[in-house]
Design a protein around this ligand. Structure first.
Ligand SMILES: Nc1nc2c(c(=O)[nH]1)N[C@H]1C(S)=C(S)[C@@H](COP(=O)(O)O)O[C@H]1N2
Ligand SMILES: [Mo]
Length: 258
């Protein structure tokens, strides 16, 4: 009878050599893949400067996918949590004042609405105050890491649109808003602008807005971070392209949703 020769076990040295070979091979393959990925990203085109800080297009596409997910998931008329008025801060925090420093030139202030056709409407504060008033108490969040429950009053953006017969403009994808001097500006996706809690506010804590909080009119958009809540609105535009956005140009997320 012939018995099978048992396989000779590998010596320690052979085992080590084998493992070294496998690790080295894996390292080489993964390094190659990493280098390939990196050079693909490096050689890919940059995005247009106005909407972003010139991020590489594939990275921006990934962010846009995330944005789309959250848009569908959160923005479809889901309401941001609100609080009783008594919970609102009496002393309201104040942040940066780009384009909204000092006091506004009220003698000349009119809200300028620029339709996509180029047609312009100039609307006075009295006309805005004559519309039905909406109030909101919500947790205002700044990307710098603070938040505060605050209380605002004004006209719902959707009501404003309806009153001034701007419904056709809401077929476009974006709204742009800027201070009278155009130094601070934000771009908003239409669903967030038309969200039922988005208001053009002229009051804080039931009193006219103070200059440092955006007198005479500011945006309150609770579905977004503070950076999008533009103080002292001078003009509003409608467009299918992303309007320029001050902080997106510095690299912040264009959507800046919560
Ligand atoms: N015109 C203008 N609006 C602005 C800003 C600004 O610098 N200029 N800063 C934004 C930021 S980052 C925040 S957190 C809020 C702060 O609003 P508040 O000063 O009323 O608290 O305003 C936003 N709107
Ligand atoms: Mo902020």
């Amino acid at each position: 009878m012939k018995s099978k020769q048992p396989k000779k076990p590998l010596t320690i040295e052979q085992k080590i050599n084998r493992r070294t070979f496998i690790s080295l091979g894996t390292f080489v393959v993964l390094s190659g893949a990493a280098y390939g990925g990196w050079s693909w990203l490096k050689n890919s085109p940059k995005e247009i400067r106005t909407a972003t800080a010139g991020a590489k297009a594939p990275l921006r596409r990934a962010l846009n996918k995330t944005e789309l997910f959250f848009r569908n998931f959160l923005s479809n008329n889901n309401l941001v949590k609100t609080y009783p008025k008594e919970m609102a801060a009496k002393v309201v925090r104040h942040n940066s004042d780009i384009g909204s420093g000092g006091t506004p030139d009220m003698a000349n202030w009119k809200l300028e609405i620029k339709k996509q056709s180029g047609e312009v409407l100039n609307i006075s504060l009295d006309e805005i105050k004559a519309l039905p008033k909406t109030e909101i108490v919500f947790d205002f969040k700044c990307v710098e890491g603070w938040d505060q429950i605050s209380y605002w009053g004004g006209v719902k953006f959707a009501d404003f649109i309806e009153h001034f017969k701007l419904g056709d403009q809401t077929q476009l994808a974006y709204v742009g808003m800027a201070t009278p001097d155009k130094k601070y500006y934000v771009g908003l996706d239409m669903p967030s602008a038309m969200h039922p809690q988005t208001i053009l506010a002229y009051e804080m804590n039931a009193k006219p807005l103070m200059p440092k909080h955006g007198e005479p009119l500011r945006l309150i958009i609770p579905v977004k971070y503070g950076i999008k809540n533009l103080k002292r609105i001078g003009s509003i535009t409608f467009n299918n392209q992303r309007p320029p956005d001050y902080w997106a140009e510095q690299g912040y997320d264009y959507y800046s949703g919560l």
